[in-house]
Design a protein around this ligand. Structure first.
Ligand code: PLP
Length: 441
């Protein structure tokens, strides 16, 4: 039996078993979690511990069911346990979980990625998005013989040292590390720009003529809440980087296969030099990738001198789950369905926020969206940070108590999956009305 939309609000919402599990985890795992966002630091309180997931739903160990809008933070575009993906992974499991030797499926999924993503002729698989961006930057530096990388404030590219650089308010400010352990040396070659400001990129490229290897960005920002590129912005970056002989790198770890089958570059018709992928490409198992033209990729070892390797790279289970996910997305009508459901959700949330008279804007591209408690459009990190995060925290908990699991920070995008139903969306909008009344009052 498939579970259906959870029905009622829960004024008696409690998490006693999760509380115990969190205390136990905290004794042996820093902060009780293996990735920081899961600890609910941005909204306060303690996270529910999950027992299982099915379709559009998460089930915690305290017996609650939630409509899931994080989708494992991006990968689960088909929902949890899609039969094609599950069968492909189960078949692969029978044959062996890791060989450390090549398999045919690696070429199959590489062909599928190259056919889907305009900028990719050849692709190398790795195990995480962090590894993909780290390797892409090394390759960009190796290919150009230059050291510096321009990144956008508020964009996240995994926990690569050189990319863990805090937002500076001035476009030309040299980055300062935002984590202890990131050395000044690792930070000194990272230059920061505000998102959606092509003039700032132009000025930096002028100032550092001949020194910049790559301009790296999320073409649609998802890691400061959902912030789309303004009209002409990506085109301007394309022209600027071409003029300066700089590689344009789209980090599509989140947007790849999400906003369109060919990612943001297919959606906007702007082709970068290099692309990183992750999340969906692994179908819920650990896989990520970076790709470019054959000429650039043939600089990667063993074809070329830029070293990069991985014991579990191209893992058979991950490749099987990833390929099954891509095939299901390619052959089905997932994107039309995702668009319709997501538009319905965005409209409903906007209406609920308007009726509750809270400052807000709903920003959405395809099945990624954020309800910002911000008056007017959010164009960059500075705008995003002016949102009412205290209101967001109260709203988040009111939604959780009503069976809706949103990302636990104002600065994350929510994801709709193809497993969501109109009933789920409508339940979410009803919950939002109640939650906003409770949170704003
Ligand atoms: C999630 C994400 C990463 C990091 O991927 P991991 O698999 O968590 O290392 C990098 N870039 C973007 C845009 C992401 O959304």
């Amino acid at each position: 039996m498939s579970p259906s939309t959870p029905a009622v609000s829960r004024p008696d919402f409690r998490l006693p078993k999760s509380h115990e599990a969190f205390a136990r985890a905290n004794r042996v795992i820093p902060g009780g979690v293996n990735s920081p966002a899961r600890a609910f630091g941005a909204v306060g309180g303690e996270p529910p511990f999950m027992a299982k997931a099915e379709g559009a739903y998460l089930f915690d160990i305290d017996g609650h069911q939630y409509i899931d809008y994080i989708g494992s933070w991006g990968p689960m575009i088909l929902g949890h346990g899609h039969p094609h993906v599950r069968e492909a992974a189960a078949r692969a499991l029978e044959l062996g979980t890791s060989f450390g030797a090549p398999t045919v499926r690696e070429a199959e999924i590489a062909e599928a990625v190259a056919a889907a993503v305009p900028s990719i002729e050849k692709v190398r698989f790795v195990s995480s998005g962090t590894e993909a961006t780290m390797s892409a930057i090394r390759l960009a530096r190796g290919a150009t013989g230059r050291d510096k990388v321009i990144k956008m404030a508020g964009h996240y590219h995994g926990h690569v040292d050189a990319l863990l650089i805090q937002a500076g308010s001035a476009a030309t400010t040299l980055g300062t590390p935002n984590s202890p352990g990131v050395t000044a040396g690792a930070a000194k070659d990272t230059l920061l720009c505000p998102f959606n400001d092509a003039d700032a990129v132009a000025a930096l490229l002028e100032q550092h003529r001949g020194e910049v290897a790559a301009v790296l960005l999320e073409p649609i920002a998802g890691n400061m809440g959902l912030v789309p590129p303004g009209p002409g912005y990506l085109e301007a970056l394309r022209a600027l980087t071409e003029r300066h002989g700089v590689l344009l790198v789209f980090d599509e770890v989140m947007t790849g296969f999400r906003v369109a089958y060919g990612g943001a570059q297919a959606l906007y018709g702007v082709t970068p030099d290099m692309t990183t992928l992750g999340k969906i490409v692994g179908g819920g198992l650990p896989a990520a990738a970076y790709g470019s033209s054959a000429k650039v990729m043939d600089r990667v070892s063993p074809a070329g001198p830029v070293f990069q390797a991985g014991t579990l790279s191209g893992n058979p289970l991950a490749m099987a789950a990833g390929l099954a996910t891509l095939e299901t997305l390619r052959e089905g009508h997932a994107y039309e369905r995702l668009e319709a459901l997501s538009a319905r959700l965005a409209e409903g949330l906007g209406r609920a926020a308007r009726d509750a008279k809270v400052p807000h804007v709903v920003q959405r591209v395809g099945s990624m969206l954020t309800l910002f408690f911000h008056d007017g459009p959010v164009r960059n990190y500075d705008d995003a940070r002016r949102s009412d995060t205290a209101l967001f925290a109260r709203f988040f908990w009111e939604m959780l108590a009503r069976g809706v699991y949103l990302p636990c920070s104002q600065f994350e995008a929510a994801f709709v999956s193809a497993a969501h139903t109109e009933a789920d969306i409508d339940h979410t909008i009803d919950a939002a009305r109640e939650a906003l009344a409770a949170a704003a009052g």
